[in-house]
Every structure is written in C-alpha cells, then in structure tokens.
Design a protein. Structure first.
Length: 241
C-alpha cells in the first residue's frame, strides 16, 4: 500500500459496568483526575496513525462524553450501542467511514493502552488480516466441577487476549455477513476465527488491564502514580509466539 491506510478505531462504551458499581458509571470514574474514557480516547486521538474514533454508547453517556471530550478531541463520533459488546462493536463497524482499510477495536474500559502497542498492532496489520495482543498465562489453571479439581490445564499453549484487536475491514465485513448470532462472541478475534481467519498473536501489556471492579481503578492510579509513560511492552515479553 503506497498511501497511509485509513484507520478507524471503535471504542465500545455501551456497557453498564455492573461488576464495578450498580449506579456509578465506570467509564466516567475518575483516574488521575480525568474520567476513564477520557484516557482511552486520548490514547488513540494522540496517535498519529488514527483517522477516526467511533464510540458506541447510550444517549445518556453521549451527552456526558460530549461535555468531557469536545474540548480536546475533534475526530470522534458516538453511535448507538447494542445489548451486548459484540452488537455495540457491530454498530460501530457499520457506522465507520467506508474508506477505512484497517479497523481497531478497543474496550473503552482499558484506559492504559500505550502508543507503542497501538503502533505494533497497526504494523502487524500490514502483513496479517487479524492481529490480537495477548499475554502468557502465568497462574496454574485447574478444571473444576462442584468445587473439586478434575484436572490441571496445560498452560503452555494458553494466552490471555486483550484489545486493541486489529482487522482488515474486509475480514470483519465477511464475518458480519456470515455470523448470525453475534451475542455468542466475546471478542472479534473469535468472530473472525469462526469465519476461518486465525488471528496473529503479538505481545500485549500486563498493565493494559480492563477496568472491571473498583480495585482495578486503584491499580491504575498506582501505576500512573509511579510512571508518566506507558509501559514498554518489550520488557514484558519478547514478542515471539
Ligand atoms: N460494552 C458495550 N456494549 C455492551 C456491553 C459492553 O459497548 N452492551 C463495552 C463496555 O462499555 C466496555 C467493554 O464493552 O468498554 C468491555 O465490557 P465490560 O468490561 O464487560 O464492561 P461492562 O459490560 O460495562 O461491565 P459489566 O460486564 O460488569 O456490566
Ligand atoms: Mg460486560
């Protein structure tokens, strides 16, 4: 490709954060003085390769986001979210600029994504149709039934996957044209896998956590309190899979 690819980013933000708090919206929870979603949007807005940012969310959140984001970010737009994460992402996909060549999908609830990881996902998309960051599983894993261990899982082939996940737009187009029940898919790597495209795993970042429960917010406050730069993932894994 001679021209720079047009890159759309979808930041699904349509969840209700039940595990975080039943009434406090987790994407508006403050970390280092700014709402969680501010940090997520800023990570992509500040990245020079990103062409547009699409945020699937509820109308309620849209109004609050406009108040938070308008002052610093000009290239985002909100679209209606769906009843599941997969449907929210699909809504983002169908509302992207049709020129987009690559699509990155990143949980709005992962505010600590680094520019380095975004760059590495995009670089890998030049040679792969689907690129998925992952980190090795370090805990020993057990299969359990009724509170009893049935066997120990071989973790040597297991990876915990993260976002941003990157795709060629035509690869997602095939998936959306083929798959009937999107609700069955918890990430887009498994969606394209169902259509025969295996994702290429690249090194993720241990600190690129998804804010799920309140203690995750304390972890991020701690990480940002001890470093002004995002982690260099090359120190956490050598990138060979
Ligand atoms: N998400 C979405 N649309 C949904 C559900 C989730 O866009 N219908 C988004 C969330 O806003 C979040 C990301 O998908 O950015 C990952 O989901 P998760 O961490 O599970 O967030 P919630 O669904 O909000 O939390 P919970 O499952 O605890 O209710
Ligand atoms: Mg959820």
């Amino acid at each position: 490709m001679t021209q720079e690819p047009y890159i759309s980013v979808i930041l699904p933000a349509g969840g209700s954060g039940q595990r975080y708090h039943p009434s406090q919206p987790k994407l508006l929870a403050p970390i280092h003085g700014k709402p969680v979603i501010y940090h997520t949007v800023a990570a992509f807005y500040n990245h020079p390769a990103i062409s547009e940012i699409i945020i699937p969310c509820t109308n309620d959140l849209k109004n609050q986001l406009d108040a938070v984001l308008h002052a610093f970010c000009s290239k985002y737009h909100c679209v209606p979210s769906g009843r599941s994460r997969a449907l929210s992402v699909a809504s983002g996909y169908h509302n992207r600029n049709p020129r987009s060549h690559y699509v990155l999908i990143h949980d709005a609830a992962r505010p600590n994504v680094s520019a380095n990881l975004i760059t590495r996902v995009i670089a890998a998309l030049h040679t792969h149709k689907a690129v998925i960051p992952g980190i090795p599983v370090t805990d020993t894993l057990k299969n359990v039934a009724n509170g009893w261990i049935t066997h120990t899982v071989d973790r040597s082939t297991l990876v915990a996957v993260q976002t941003p996940q990157g795709f060629h737009a035509d690869c997602l187009a095939t998936a959306y044209a083929t798959v009937l029940h999107l609700d069955n898919y918890t990430d887009e790597a498994s969606l394209v896998e169902a259509c025969g495209t295996a994702g290429k795993i690249i090194a993720g970042e241990p600190t690129n956590i998804k804010l799920t429960v309140d203690s995750d917010r304390h972890f991020l406050e701690y990480v940002w309190g001890h470093s002004n730069v995002h982690p260099d993932s090359s120190q956490s894994h050598d990138g060979t899979w």
